[in-house]
Design a protein around this ligand. Structure first.
Ligand code: NAD
Length: 348
């Protein structure tokens, strides 16, 4: 089973071949029941255009769930640019981004784009030349900027709420946390946890990141070892699919909360974790800080980082409500999905 399989219960799917670049630009709108469909633009090499479409369909439905569980007035969408040649630079990059912007514009505001894997805040400024339906523009242009530090703020709040449930106190002081993946989210998260007095284990496939581990005074491990180390919390902050039927029996941890999307290879892994008494904080709840930050930009009074911080800290309260609901025998995954469904039904 694939996490968030590509269903076809979407409101819209637009596929256009860019007139400048020839690249296929795809916009999938899964749901606008709660508001305009928000989701980043992924610029990626796919096996073929069908795979790119499937990715847009799959990721847009995951965004519906993420926005709904966070209680945001936003729906789920996703943009994809399917690359065929090398990663475009200079004028070629501008052309592909303008083609994508025209595709976004053709959806008439029912889809709002943002940066994602393969695109940057600076790219969004180019997309904005072709459409007003762009979020996460640089702060200097009135946007909410890079979402990653905000995702880290939300994951930090999630880890504190998870510690509270698993260990009885909302603190990481003296606890050992393994941060697996020291990228745009994992590194600021590790710094925050270190400031809060956590003992850190860190891991990355990129050996250059070891310098950061030394700066943090953290213990460096390979990702495989870090995921099965005897620590208090694992924070997966790299790729998805890290927990499956083989890895769950190997775990020596009681709590998991991190940024990586689709951490479970399939939904039944949530039951396996529960049976082992491991508290798993659903990824799509933990990593909503970035879109919560964007939602502030879309509010009536515009972007305000103080309001953003306050709302992103709400990730902890959402998780507490999910853990409460899960105490009657449901898993946190089932409880989180039920909360999203309730919010969606109310919106409809
Ligand atoms: P990133 O690309 O900046 O960082 C990922 C890091 O993980 C890199 O340092 C990379 O070398 C490392 N890595 C890759 N494969 C690994 C492996 N197998 N084991 C250990 N490390 C590995 O990505 P990011 O923006 O920090 O995002 C991290 C995760 O969080 C992704 O799953 C992403 O989808 C999810 N996420 C990010 C955001 C955001 O705002 N950036 C929002 C929601 C979800």
């Amino acid at each position: 089973m694939v996490p968030h399989p590509a269903t076809l219960d979407h409101e819209e799917l637009l596929v256009r071949r860019g007139r400048r670049s020839g690249a296929y630009c795809i916009v999938a709108v899964h749901s606008t029941a709660l508001g305009p469909a928000l989701g980043g633009c992924r610029m990626w090499h796919y096996e073929d255009n069908r795979a790119a479409m499937r990715d847009a369909l799959r990721l847009s439905s995951a965004m519906t769930l993420k926005a709904a569980v966070a209680g945001l007035p936003l729906g789920g969408g996703k943009g994809v640019i399917a690359l065929h040649g090398p990663v475009p630079r200079g004028a070629a990059r501008r052309d592909v981004l303008l083609d994508f912007g025209e595709t976004v514009d053709a959806v008439g505001g029912r889809y709002l784009t943002a940066e994602d894997v393969g695109t940057t805040t600076r790219d969004m400024a180019v997309v904005a030349r072709a459409t007003p339906h762009v979020t996460g523009l640089p702060r200097a242009r009135g946007g909410s900027g890079d979402p990653s530090p905000w995702t880290a703020v939300g994951v930090e709040a999630a880890i504190l709420a998870t510690c509270e449930r698993a260990y009885g106190a909302a603190t990481v002081r003296g606890r050992t946390v393994a941060v697996v993946g020291l990228g745009h989210v994992g590194l600021p998260l590790a710094r925050k946890l270190s400031r809060r007095g956590a003992k850190l284990v860190v891991a990355d496939i990129d050996p250059a990141k070891r310098v950061e581990a030394d700066r943090l005074g953290a213990h460096w491990m390979t990702p495989e070892r870090a995921l099965t180390a005897a620590v208090d919390v694992i924070a997966p902050c790299a790729l998805g699919g890290v927990f499956d039927d083989e890895t769950v029996p190997e775990l020596q941890v009681a709590a998991i909360a991190g940024a990586a999307n689709n951490q479970l290879a399939h939904d039944a892994v949530a039951d396996a974790l529960d049976r082992r008494g491991i508290l798993w904080a659903p990824d799509f709840v933990c990593n909503a800080g970035g879109i919560i930050n964007i939602s502030v930009e879309l509010g009536p009074s515009g972007y305000d980082p103080r309001r953003a911080r306050q709302r992103v800290h709400g990730v902890g309260d959402t998780l507490r409500a999910i853990f409460d609901a899960a105490s009657d025998g449901a898993t946190p995954l089932t409880a989180a999905t039920a909360l999203a469904e309730r919010n969606l039904t109310r919106g409809r």
